[in-house]
Design a binder for this molecule. Structure first.
Ligand code: PBG
Length: 323
């Protein structure tokens, strides 16, 4: 035998040397859920080891992330129920939950890269990601104005990057123009370009109290059966000025990640979503799978072509990568 692939698997150092894909803590973005109130750090029942934080409790968490080498967070705000209305106006309140959280994080650690999810579903009384027409359809063009207001308000509060997750047509251009008009042309947009209408968001909607009060999100989020559409959505975002593209969810859409990566040169993010986390985390917590399954599964996302991974496993991975 002339060819013996096992030679390059002979010991740990050789395996490290020839490893094609490397997962780094720099690749990871950690999601944070911020709630109103004081002294709150409470575990989210649908997401083991992930917490709701009130603003006064964020400092501790930011210090922990910093110690682990995690440099990026993406923020989700949960307002009081009575602050929700039909047009999600709390979302662009300069003193809203997210805006105060951004200021707090920047005060604790000015180098933490603060990314914000720009969407309306956590702030609307009906739980949809936009303004509704009388018939209950999400009005695309009217919604754009609100998304732009939300993004500007986040950046005014100190956000380093905005990440629109609503899936309206034309939102990247609308947000880009609004940011530029306010003098924020240096702020990048990470677009949730390819976002499917997925059941894997279930635990998140419980955590963010953002499930739609009626119907579903299928008139704006993508059909899980489609991948040509992923190319169209990505292309539009490139043309509209997105700086980073994203595929979401990740694990059931690895083929889509690869396809987008092969077709576009922008950095590509993938969102390892709440349902993907909850399944695997429960299996590890219950001793059904060893912890290595977490590394293997997030590695598959990187190997598929994602440069950046948003994951609730970021802290677990940072610890594993340190060892
Ligand atoms: C807001 C938003 C959602 C997620 C991220 N941003 C929920 C949704 O679209 O219903 C899901 C994230 C996750 O499941 O971890 N639109």
């Amino acid at each position: 035998m002339l060819r013996r692939p096992r030679r390059l698997r002979a010991n740990k150092a050789i395996r490290n040397l020839v490893r094609e894909t490397k997962l780094n803590v720099e690749d990871l973005i950690y999601p944070l859920f911020v709630v109103e109130g004081e002294g709150i750090k409470s575990e989210i029942s649908s997401l083991p080891d992930v917490y709701h934080f009130s603003i006064d409790k964020l400092a501790e968490e930011i210090e922990e992330l910093k110690e682990l080498g995690i440099e990026h967070v993406i923020l989700f705000g949960i307002p009081h129920d009575h602050e929700k209305d039909a047009c999600g106006s709390e979302g662009y309140n300069d003193n809203g939950i997210i805006q105060r959280a951004i200021r707090k994080i920047k005060e604790v650690d000015s180098e933490m890269n603060v990314i914000t999810d720009v969407c309306m579903c956590e702030y609307t009384s009906h739980g949809h990601c936009g303004i509704l027409t009388e018939g209950g359809y999400v009005d695309n063009d009217q919604t754009l104005e609100y998304l732009a207001k939300i993004a500007v308000s986040h950046v005014k509060a100190g956000a380093d990057m905005v990440a629109p997750s609503d899936m309206m047509d034309g939102r990247i251009q609308a947000i880009r123009e609004a940011l530029d008009k306010e003098g924020f042309e240096h702020i990048a947009i990470m677009s949730y370009s390819v976002k499917y209408a997925s059941t894997f968001y279930g635990p998140f909607r419980e955590a963010a109290n953002s499930a739609p009060a009626f119907g579903d999100r299928k008139t704006y989020q993508m059909d899980p059966a489609n991948t040509n559409e992923a190319i169209i959505e990505s292309e539009l975002d490139v043309l509209e000025g997105a700086d980073i593209l994203m595929v979401k969810p990740a694990l059931s859409y690895l083929d889509v990640i690869r396809r987008v990566k092969d077709n576009f040169d922008l950095p590509l993010a993938a969102y390892n979503v709440s349902g993907e986390y909850a399944m695997l985390k429960s299996a590890v917590k219950n001793g059904i799978l060893a912890e290595g399954a977490i590394y293997e599964s997030v590695m598959s996302i990187k190997r598929a072509g994602a440069d950046i991974i948003i994951t609730y496993f970021a802290k677990d991975l940072a610890k594993m990568l340190k060892k």
